[in-house]
Design a protein around this ligand. Structure first.
Ligand code: HEC
Length: 126
């Protein structure tokens, strides 16, 4: 563990400390209610080209957003508001910053209406 921490600190040696930098953190969005029907249309128009009409993406380059190869329901991304805050800042990857807050919430609601793996909380007994 000490070696890993030392390595990560070494990787960050020239990084910006103590303030935000490009790509860091999430956008603060107003609490909007996502409409998954509107989100379905946004997804088809702006996301499906990369993530697939079936949400399966092209792993590992284009991540699956739902289905067996997507993040599980224990992931931070499984929170609708967090996804909307990520999406509005970073997606569509070829045109980030083009969605409205409502569109980001709608598309997150649509993606969250889809199935995904369960977080495996069963640990080995020692
Ligand atoms: C030009 C291709 C492209 C388009 C279009 C695109 N994405 Fe992405 N998306 C990516 C890539 C590549 C990644 C992985 C790298 C990253 O997270 O920045 C990604 C990552 C994501 C993630 C994180 C997945 C995870 O497992 O953490 C989400 C959520 C997401 N995209 C949603 C969307 C939504 C919603 C749209 C449409 C509004 C969209 N993307 C459009 C390429 C794209």
């Amino acid at each position: 563990m000490r070696a890993l921490v030392a390595y990560i600190e070494w990787l960050s040696r020239d990084g910006i400390k103590g303030k935000a930098y490009k790509g860091w953190g999430l956008v603060k969005l107003a609490a909007l209610t996502g409409d998954s029907v509107a989100g379905k249309a946004t997804y088809a128009a702006q996301c499906a080209a990369c993530h697939g009409a079936d949400g399966a993406g092209v792993p590992p380059v284009l991540p699956a957003l739902w289905g067996p190869n997507s993040y599980n329901d224990g992931a931070g991304m499984n929170k609708q508001a967090k996804m909307a805050a990520f999406v509005i800042h970073n997606m569509p990857q070829n045109h980030p910053g083009t969605l409205t807050p409502q569109q980001a919430c709608d598309v997150a609601a649509f993606i969250h209406s889809k199935p995904r793996p369960k977080f495996n909380q069963v640990y080995k007994s020692y």
